[in-house]
Write a protein that binds this ligand. Structure first.
Ligand code: HEC
Ligand code: HEC
Length: 355
């Protein structure tokens, strides 16, 4: 995991610099610049998103971010953000499909409804979306030579004008500054990727019915029997909290989870609850991609929980000592419900596609 710590350290460095640079030179449309504010589409019953004042959404910023997201110009190895977060695949790919060594890289998360995340990364190592991409320039992901990246961007027929528009009055083509500006534009684009077009959403709006199997699965999900809602509740299907769900009994390396960020014993083995939206599209599952199918995930909750000091109390409530004890039919119904969370429209929504 040494490389990852390098990325994190690099990130910490930029966060440390953040107050010096970004607050003073980040564009605010109210400053009289000609940027067009963008209003994020907030689906019915979704909570309030986290939209930081220091990187307001603008049409121009999102346009720049979208172009950068699909452009390998930022890397020296032909990769772009979309190499790992691929729209056709629900904004994630399988590590194995692109030859990333298992164990060295965490499972790639799907970039949907990120505007509602208070933390980023499986262990919440990134406190905001705006700086995540800075780490991508490092040896593990883009292996960028920043001097070359700057030369390529400057020589491009349209990038200089786009950057000038989004970051008026700033010299962005400077090592150290560029990375943050790029990350800000990318974060703006990523925040616009909103997924709320699943069968479940249509059901909630009264446009469709769940089948009896799906409805039974919904019941299991939302009641003490399956008890999924405690952590995967709300329209986001995540509580955005950290939990140890009993995947392991020995903790070393990345599976120490939140502990790696806080150093506190109570955080050993805790990971951020991922959204279950589109989980039908985002195999493999968990921070390390250990499960290939939703059946395996359900079986984990049903009978595979390891009890350690930091296990979430919900996993060991009275009556759950032997697991959830779901019948095969109930497991199938639970899965049928999870499949209602699939939103295929984001796979081809032109708003998010390669420009
Ligand atoms: C080589 C594959 C790869 C590339 C390229 C890549 N990512 Fe990621 N991305 C990941 C992995 C793996 C994680 C999970 C990291 C962790 O949990 O520590 C991640 C996490 C993220 C997250 C946090 C998601 C969350 O909910 O926790 C964001 C945002 C993100 N990437 C955006 C980007 C952007 C923008 C780019 C382009 C600059 C990019 N990524 C390029 C693999 C990649
Ligand atoms: C105590 C909180 C908690 C409860 C209860 C819970 N989960 Fe989870 N769930 C998590 C966390 C945390 C993760 C990520 C764990 C990791 O990667 O280490 C997760 C991961 C998942 C994943 C994998 C998602 C992905 O993208 O990798 C699925 C699917 C899932 N849970 C379904 C369920 C179902 C179904 C139930 C009910 C039977 C349930 N969960 C109950 C917290 C919880």
């Amino acid at each position: 995991m040494r490389n990852r710590y390098f990325v994190v350290m690099l990130f910490a460095f930029f966060v440390a610099c953040r107050n010096d640079v970004s607050t003073s030179i980040t564009p605010t449309p109210s400053d009289g610049s000609s940027l067009t504010p963008y209003t994020l589409n907030i689906p019915p019953r979704f909570p309030k998103p986290y939209l930081p004042d220091y990187n307001p959404l603008t049409v121009e910023g999102i346009t720049l971010g979208r172009r950068l997201f699909y452009d390998s110009i930022l890397s020296s190895n032909g990769r772009s953000c979309s190499y790992c977060h691929h729209q056709n695949l629900g904004f994630m790919v399988k590590n194995s499909d692109i030859g990333l060594a298992p164990g060295l890289y965490p499972n790639i998360p799907a970039l949907i409804n990120e505007a509602w995340n208070p933390y980023y990364g499986w262990d919440g190592v990134f406190p905001d979306a705006d700086h995540v991409a800075i780490g991508d320039f490092g040896p593990m992901f883009f292996n960028s030579n920043i001097v070359n990246v700057i030369a390529k961007l400057k020589a491009d027929p349209t990038y200089p004008a786009m950057f000038k528009k989004v970051f008026p009055g700033q010299d962005v083509f400077v090592d150290g500054v560029l990375q943050e500006r790029v990350a800000f534009a990318l974060a703006q684009f990523v925040r616009t990727i909103v997924s709320s077009n699943s069968k479940f959403d249509k059901y909630m709006m009264g446009f469709t019915q769940l089948t009896p199997e799906e409805a039974d699965g919904y019941d299991l999900f939302m009641t003490e029997k399956g008890d999924c809602f405690h952590c995967h509740g709300s329209m986001l299907f995540t509580d955005n909290g950290f939990h140890n769900t009993g995947l392991d009994s020995v903790f070393d390396g990345f599976n120490r989870g939140r502990f790696n960020v806080t150093g506190e014993a109570k955080d050993m083995g805790l990971f951020r609850t991922p959204t279950l939206r589109n989980c039908a599209l985002t195999a493999p599952y968990m921070h390390d991609g250990r499960y290939q199918t939703l059946d395996e995930v359900i079986e984990h909750y049903n009978s595979g929980v390891h009890k350690t000091a930091t296990i979430d109390p919900i996993m060991t409530l009275p009556g759950k000592e032997m697991g959830l004890l779901l019948s095969n039919t109930q497991k199938q119904h639970l899965k049928a419900f999870l499949l209602t969370l699939t939103d295929t429209t984001i796979l081809s929504n032109p708003q998010y596609s390669r420009p």
